[in-house]
Design a protein around this ligand. Structure first.
Ligand code: ADP
Length: 480
């Protein structure tokens, strides 16, 4: 079985969020089931050394305004196909945004070029490799199923589109369709058109053979007006082709018994040395040492989706309850400034690092008692899964994948020893305050807290089960 993944990011090469982790992990997990996979990615500057090591498979004289090459290279046990098109991708900073923080004006061409090249490979293969299924991730890959469909070929591979976050849809002026020769009969309300605009994600959803998203609860939420962000009608129409497959995490990379970012390893059975990480974290964030005070952390994009405007309002309550907070993140300027000010307002109690720091995020998972993820919506979420693995209890909004992966510490679940964290109703400061109060109260009962930690750390969070679900999905398509 040959699978061609298409995405705009892939860990460990280029990452802005959970999408990258998933695209990097799924092919590895499926390789153990005998699946051969390639991953098509843009060759951003971060991948330039890989481009130099690679082999040129194809060359384009003019791909939407400049020359381009398709490069094949292996790295980190992954087979990559890199689209080297300097006029589109050789730009500093964020891979989606220009220096003023706005989407690059030509994002339709940048990711459209990727889709165009991938659609060619999907139909004709590269060298002696041809995909049986093309797996398009998020809006940046959304045109692939449409372009494959437009070729109208009997031998075309099947297409899967995965929604990692429906909030990002890739909407462009209708005239962009001319670059891709999208005919009138496909540029309709049922097809690529979204209220007069060209919708990349919408194209992916309308023309894929199967649609997946990253948790069962989010799959259900997407069918509603509240969460579907305008695409609920299309998804309702395609409900029989939509499924939720829960994300896992790379349990080799996220492993407290071997993590090089921790000062001392610890395990579910021997957790004493979690304290070493805690000490290191306190000094890194300038927090006062206080073993009786639960140390909360946040590792996140700072956006309203993540409910971090609510947390800002809850900070006085968190501190009054005896808690401390270490926050790592970057995002909207008002939230970045708000947290910087909070660190000044609560010295020794609230520590803030604005930025992106993979190493530090590992230390935070190791050294914290609880991780806050008060999202308003969350397709799956990964940081709560790392939290489970590191015995850092997730305190989460009851939505999407957070609802699917964290078992609330109710009296009943505590008694049954199934609890792994705290859940709250999303979207309100009151509910967040209550969740913080509950967490602090649970932390004060150290014997119970430790028992919950044990259950959390033993919860399976790897890819084994979900890889099998993808395998079965691909198989069902190939059998057709
Ligand atoms: P999303 O993809 O919506 O941002 P996820 O929870 O699915 O949220 O994935 C976020 C990923 O990015 C996780 O691997 C998390 O650890 C990482 N991450 C987020 N912000 C930072 C940061 N500032 N520094 C380091 N890692 C971060």
């Amino acid at each position: 079985m040959n699978i061609l993944h298409v995405a705009s990011e892939c860990a460990p090469f280029v990452k802005t969020g959970g999408l990258a982790d998933v695209v990097g992990a799924v092919p590895k997990a499926l390789a153990q089931l005998g699946v051969s996979a390639k991953i098509a990615l843009p060759a951003y500057p971060a991948l330039s050394s890989l481009v130099k090591q690679g082999r040129i498979l194809k060359a384009y004289e003019d791909l939407f305004g400049g020359p381009a090459r398709l490069i094949s290279v292996q790295s980190d046990a992954l087979d990559l196909l890199l689209l080297d098109a300097p006029h589109l991708f050789d730009r500093p900073g964020n891979i989606y945004l220009d220096e003023t923080g706005r989407d690059w004006q030509d994002n339709h061409l940048r990711f459209g070029a990727l889709c165009k090249v991938v659609a060619e490979i999907a139909l004709d293969g590269v060298e002696d490799w041809k995909p049986s299924v093309v797996h398009a991730h998020d809006w940046q890959a959304g045109l692939v199923p449409l372009l494959v469909k437009m070729a109208n070929r009997q031998d075309a591979p099947k297409c899967v589109t995965t929604i990692h976050n429906i909030a990002f849809q890739g909407l462009f002026h209708w005239s962009a369709r001319e670059f891709f020769n999208i005919p009138d009969h496909l540029f309709t309300h049922e097809g690529a058109e979204y209220y007069g605009q060209l919708g990349f994600l919408k194209s992916g959803l309308a023309f894929a053979d199967k649609i997946t998203t990253v948790s069962p609860t989010y799959a259900g939420e997407l069918l509603t007006h509240e969460f579907g962000m305008g695409l609920e009608g299309l998804l309702q129409a395609r409900q029989s082709d939509l499924s939720g497959i829960l994300n896992g995490i790379d349990t080799d990379v996220w492993n407290p018994t071997t993590d090089p970012a921790l000062p001392a390893p610890y395990s579910a059975r021997n957790r004493v040395k979690k304290h070493n990480s805690r000490d290191a974290l306190e000094s890194r964030f300038g927090l006062m040492a206080d073993p009786s005070s639960p140390l909360f952390c946040v590792i996140s994009r700072l956006t309203e989706q993540k409910g971090l405007d609510l947390l800002l309002q809850s900070l006085p309550h968190l501190v009054t309850q005896g808690g401390r907070l270490a926050l790592l993140g970057s995002g909207t300027p008002d939230l970045e400034n708000g947290y910087r000010q909070a660190a000044q307002q609560f010295p020794g109690r609230v520590g803030v690092v604005i930025g992106y720091d993979e190493q530090l995020s590992h230390l935070m998972q190791g050294g914290s008692d609880a991780i806050l993820v008060p999202s308003r919506f969350e397709p799956c979420g990964l940081t709560q899964l790392y939290g489970l693995r590191y015995g850092t209890l997730p305190v989460v909004g009851r939505t999407g994948g957070l609802a699917d992966t964290v078992v609330d510490a109710t009296a009943e679940n505590l008694k049954a020893k199934t609890a792994t964290g705290i859940q709250m109703q999303p979207g309100s400061v009151d509910a967040l305050n209550t969740a913080i109060t509950r967490t602090c109260a649970l932390f004060a009962r150290q014997k119970v807290w430790k028992s919950v930690m044990g259950t959390a750390m033993r919860t399976p969070v790897g890819w084994q089960q979900s890889a099998l679900r993808y395998f079965e999905l691909y198989q069902s398509l190939i059998a057709k």
